[in-house]
Design a protein around this ligand. Structure first.
Ligand code: C5P
Length: 231
């Protein structure tokens, strides 16, 4: 019984739980040498993957291109485009919980050119765009095999709580971590983050803290969620 206590008890509360985390940007190919991207560093998602693993979870980290090393004890699947990220997430299911921290590109180029698009004097290529799949909404709305806890992020520059609540409803997820990415916030590429945790019932205003601390607080909340599920 004592052994059980240490194996399943307070120290490693996510032992035996499978978690999926997405992180980083996506790269949407234009041709073999060019792509559309964004400024996401992947830091927050990587920190979340590490914090969940520290609590004993078996973590799959589906990551777009970043400069970061895979955290210890985390299985990383590296992808480039949003479509590949969705496929890698689907391959990682079933999981107990999923946290979608990736900055997925909203659009991809409709048809990727198989050869480098030539520069021609006086001629501008035109790119036609197609909408990318919404990975968070897709997983949130799964009819069978939906993770028990699905968490999304909302990067906002104004009316953070209101927009975050709207996103919760629109995506069909359980929690939204909403943060301010306005110019003064320094969130993009920075080490600190000030977030709100929104659920259908509650709004929590977390103090400004490092992305690592946000990740640890979130991982603790995830562990509490699953303790409640078991109780
Ligand atoms: O709609 P918006 O991009 O603001 O939503 C952000 C949340 O949705 C994040 O959790 C992000 O990881 C997720 N997302 C996604 N697939 C997309 C777009 C966003 O999983 N195509």
């Amino acid at each position: 019984a004592i052994v059980d206590f240490f194996a399943n008890g307070a120290e490693k509360p996510l032992q035996g739980r499978k978690m999926l985390v997405t992180a980083g940007p996506t790269h949407e190919p234009i041709d073999p040498v060019r792509y559309i991207a964004n400024r996401s560093s992947g830091k927050q998602g990587y920190a979340i993957a590490a914090a969940l693993a520290d609590l004993g979870a078996e973590v799959t980290l589906v990551s777009g291109p970043t400069r970061l090393e895979a955290p210890r004890g985390v299985t990383r699947k590296s992808v480039e485009s949003a479509k590949d990220m969705l496929a890698a997430c689907e391959a990682a299911l079933p999981v107990d919980g999923a946290i979608f921290a990736a900055a997925v590109a909203d659009w991809r180029v409709e048809t990727e050119a198989d050869q480098k698009i030539k520069k021609r004097d006086g001629e501008l290529p035109s790119l036609s765009l197609a909408e990318n799949p919404d990975i968070l909404a897709t997983v949130s709305r799964l009819k069978s095999g939906r993770p028990a806890l699905v968490v999304g992020f909302a990067a906002e520059t104004e009316t953070i709580i209101e927009n975050g609540k709207a996103k919760l409803a629109k995506k069909g997820c359980d929690w939204i971590v909403a943060n301010d990415v306005g110019n003064e916030s320094g969130t993009f590429g920075g080490d600190d983050n000030q977030v709100f945790l929104l659920t259908n019932e509650t709004v929590e205003d977390w103090p400004k803290q490092s992305k690592d601390a946000v990740a640890q607080t979130l991982a603790t909340r995830v562990a509490q969620f699953f303790q409640g599920v078991d109780a």
